[in-house]
Write a protein that binds this ligand. Sequence first.
Ligand code: HEC
Length: 481
Amino acid sequence: MIRILIIIIIINFCSALNYSEDISPIIYNNCTSCHRVNEIGAFLPLTNYSEVNENKYWIAYAIEGTDDRHGDPVMPPWPPDRSFSTFIDERYLTDQQVHDFLDWIDLGAPQGDPVLEAEMPDFPDGSSIGEPDVVFELEEPYFIEGNGEDNYRCFVIPTGFSEDKEIAAIEFRPDNKEAVHHSIITVVPSGYANNIDNEDSEYGYECYGGFNLDILTPLVEGYAPGMRTSLYPEGIGDVIPANSDLIVQMHYAPLDTDQIDQSSINIFFKDEPIERYIQNQQYANPFFLLPPNVITEVRDSIEVTADVSLIQILPHSHLLGKSWEIYAVTPENDTTQIIKINNWDFDWQSFYTPEYMIPLPQGSMIYANAVYDNTADNPDNPNNPPQWTFWGDGTEDEMFFIAFRFVPYQDGDENIYLGDEEELGDVNQDGTIDVLDIVTIVQFVLNFSTPTDSQFELSDINQDEVLDVLDIVHLVGIILN
Ligand code: HEC
């Protein structure tokens, strides 16, 4: 093994930064899933040397954190502050990766030996879970005009279920991935949205910040590009009641050409009985006023009335929204940081799943603060000049809304990992955890090579957000076990 390491060291010292060896893995593993043909980032394909080289300054701008964004980069898109709390499937470049990219530009962006270029990862096209039990497709293809504008549309999908169905996962599958920016799904009693649906002569009906209904309905799933759905852990599940409709709200990104979308929703039934049902709690505070030309902070608190474990959260505001911070304080005065978003972006919202369930004992208070920028300096402000703004569903209205998903608390919940735990340690993804994985982590720890996001996650065995010798010790322990 020492010999292998020495060879690796020699190789690493001999080669200067170049695209093939150093930059292509950064781009292909963190950017290309979206930045290629037929995907949401198709306007800027990043699939080979010349595409990356031609756009290197644009990329450099996007991956560097800027002061006006509190140090957060524009790309890859990941709104939550990673120093505040940790979620599964986080997207980010490490500082080292950003430095390598900038240094590579300084060196004149050399290509290196094309033979050594990183392999393009597999971009799975189908379900991230497996074979669904039921697939609901939009009843007809929806025509999206290529007018360069956002388009928000709700579609009613009757389930036809005549009995309650126990659900292991609801997975949204975008059809036109260049067009679908994000979606949210709710469940309503059959026919509940028929009036509003029938008023609109085209398929579906217009809706922006929600489903345009007169009640708050449970948000059962959300989708944003690159987010994977996973099955609920053992014994945990959700129910779609008999005689209900699903409503999916689609946000179609601005397009230059006319296009068609016919997305679908995969339903996975639960194999084993559910012991703990997922509870969907929506919290809305409609009582705020946002005066023009002012930045306003809305602060609120919510009491937790039973022992629960939080499994997902989705904060939501519209275009004046600037930031969010949500944390809980237990009756013993312990603080749990839940989510912080420094640069709220309506385009990149979704349910966030913590790595481990977050226990919230009865009597805890959840504090939620949202900031709204209703000045002319906010480039997203829908009103020019700024206007008084209140709660509402429309683009020019605002919201203070949080969707929580939780289950009744059980001992040990804080140790239930909500990602794909069995992979932890299998850094080279060959299906076994062995000495080869140790060699790979050693290289990361010694800075001989740079882990991709997912390699970082899989190497961070003790889940403390740094790769160091402790992870190697942990992994050796797992292998010897
Ligand atoms: C999950 C999908 C996704 C991933 C991953 C992603 N992008 Fe993007 N990118 C987009 C979309 C969509 C836009 C258009 C702007 C927007 O919607 O935020 C964009 C915009 C950009 C822009 C233009 C930004 C501007 O403000 O002008 C650049 C440059 C860029 N991406 C580079 C990258 C790089 C480099 C990576 C990897 C480090 C990356 N992107 C990862 C989807 C993605």
